[in-house]
Design a protein around this ligand. Structure first.
Ligand SMILES: [Fe+2]
Ligand SMILES: [Fe+2]
Length: 154
């Protein structure tokens, strides 16, 4: 069984809370979009839910390898909006929380020379950065740059 600094264990616990918050939020948004008649958007959120679930599983497995019981107790309530761009903005904020957390956890693990967990958190950091980029691209497809909208009006 491996060992870890108490702050690394705390970082794993917070990571699980954030990932499960994302699972709950994306699952809810998938159902909302389905109710709004946007089947392809709903599918996209459902796939995102599965990815966040897989992140949660990786964290749970890591905790088990360290002999600690997962106890995520800080689930944030689901944030909702009245349209798809609004939902995406909220999801980008949630991804940003994950990015900040994983960047900080990676930095701390490097500082104390815990390479295993530095790499563990770094991999999650890169995946969340990728998610955030996907959301930004999706948003820009929905909201063309102002200039273009203005040109279209004249
Ligand atoms: Fe995630
Ligand atoms: Fe994510």
């Amino acid at each position: 069984m491996g060992t870890a600094h108490p702050r690394v264990l705390a970082a794993l616990g917070r990571a699980l809370s954030l990932e499960l918050t994302a699972v709950q939020q994306y699952l809810t948004h998938a159902s909302l979009l389905e109710a709004w008649g946007d089947a392809s958007g709903s599918d996209r959120f459902r796939r995102e839910t599965v990815e966040e679930m897989q992140h949660s599983e990786r964290i749970v497995k890591r905790m088990i390898a360290l002999g600690v019981a997962p106890a995520a107790s800080q689930l944030q309530p689901v944030s909702t909006a009245t349209d798809l761009p609004g939902l995406l903005e909220l999801n980008r904020q949630l991804e940003d929380q994950l990015i900040v957390h994983y960047a900080e956890a990676t930095r701390f693990c490097r500082l104390i020379g815990d390479t295993i967990h530095a790499e563990f958190f770094q991999a999650l950091l890169e995946e969340e950065q990728h998610h955030s980029g996907d959301i930004t691209r999706w948003l820009s497809e929905l909201r063309p740059p102002l200039q273009r909208q203005e040109r279209a009006r004249f």
